[in-house]
Ligand binder design. Structure first.
Ligand SMILES: [Zn+2]
Ligand SMILES: [Zn+2]
Length: 358
């Protein structure tokens, strides 16, 4: 079993701890990836905060980018030395997978979130430190890439062009694909429409960038952090709303001449913001729900208003993307300068995640 250094999460609210681990050898359809960069996503922090259940101790991390180190004997899509991005996992066998909807895989939760092991229960990670040989929970989003080596399935690994800056590509496997996919794969704004994005983190800004690739003519970004709103404007938002100062719903109705936004996207994970994203809709509009609040969270809606205005509310996981199709498209758009997500990526040395990674 190859040795690696991983950022281990031992308990709720405990800091990441850099530790030596051993990673299982790749099985027939698995790929061992030397991680060059990995994004830090809200979902990682949500697990550590105890808001999203995942068995601990574990190695989290689910926006890995790196170079293929070794492959299982049946792997055909990638070879050692290939640069890759790792996205979510799916089984490839169930009806949703077979009909091109891997985000709706019947084993999605077990493969990506709940299990902490392969579907057969076997562990992919073992501690190599003082608690030597203790199994660690892995397979987080099919990868557990807060580690110098990550084991993933062939299905979740996407080959990227040689020479693409891997340190930028980590977030493309989750955050960028989630925001851009919600707009390009699901909402699909019609020409002349308004898209209002609630939350200007990596997901929301990716959505705002993607909206500029559509016929939408008004792109509104709502947040409570002035620096994020300034960046949203620099990145092409036509309007920004500071929700600490202004009523976001009222501001969107004012911007749209009293009509509301045909499309809204909730990326903050705050239920009362979801309510605003629905209330800000135009008649027959679509609200995409992307932000994940703690498990069990509920939101409430004004029912008579729903009957009056016919909103559509749709949950969107991972941008409803097929990673092998969508991630290369996002990279090509990025290389053409049409999806400049590098503007909101900052890099930190892996070693710095040990003490203060919060
Ligand atoms: Zn499946
Ligand atoms: Zn994520």
């Amino acid at each position: 079993m190859p040795p690696a250094t991983a950022a281990v999460t031992r308990g709720i609210d405990e800091p990441f701890e850099l530790a030596e681990v051993r990673v299982d050898e790749p099985r027939s359809h698995e790929v061992l990836v030397q991680i060059i960069a990995v994004g830090m996503c809200h979902t990682d922090l949500s697990v550590r905060a105890g808001h999203t259940p995942f068995p601990l101790p574990a190695v989290l991390g689910h926006e890995g980018a790196g170079v293929v180190e070794r492959v299982g004997h049946a792997v055909t899509r990638v070879a050692p030395g290939d640069p890759v991005v790792i996205s979510f996992d799916s089984c490839g066998m169930c009806l949703p997978c077979e009909t091109g909807r891997p985000v709706q895989c019947m084993h999605w939760a077990a493969l990506n979130l709940l299990g902490g092991s392969r579907l057969d229960g076997s562990h992919t990670l073992t501690s190599a430190g003082a608690d030597r040989d203790q199994p660690l929970h892995g397979c987080f989003f099919g990868q557990s890439s807060f580690s110098t080596l990550a084991l993933a399935t062939e299905r979740s690994v996407v080959r990227v062009p040689t020479g693409t800056p891997l340190e930028l590509l980590g977030p493309i496997g989750c955050g960028v694909q989630t925001g851009a996919g919600a707009v390009l794969n699901v909402l699909k704004p019609s020409p002349g429409s308004t898209v209002a994005v609630f939350g200007a983190g990596a997901v929301g800004l990716s959505a705002a960038l993607a909206a500029q690739l559509t016929g939408a003519t008004r792109i509104v970004v709502v947040d409570i952090v002035p620096s994020r709103l300034a960046l949203a404007r620099e990145l092409g938002a036509t309007d920004v709303v500071d929700a600490r100062v202004d009523d976001a719903v009222g501001a969107i109705f004012e911007l749209t001449g009293g009509a509301g936004a045909e499309y809204t996207l909730e990326t903050s994970g705050v239920p009362r913001v979801l309510r605003q994203a629905v209330d800000a809709l135009a008649v027959d509009g679509w609200c995409g729900v992307v932000g994940a609040p703690p498990i069990g969270s509920e939101a409430s809606f004004d029912v008579p208003r729903m009957l009056d205005r016919n909103p559509h509310i749709v949950g969107i996981n991972q941008g409803a993307s097929v990673p092998r199709q969508f991630i290369p498209a996002l990279i090509e758009l990025h290389l053409q300068g049409r999806l400049p997500f590098e503007r909101f990526v900052r890099t930190f040395p892996f070693a710095s995640s040990g003490g203060n990674g919060r």
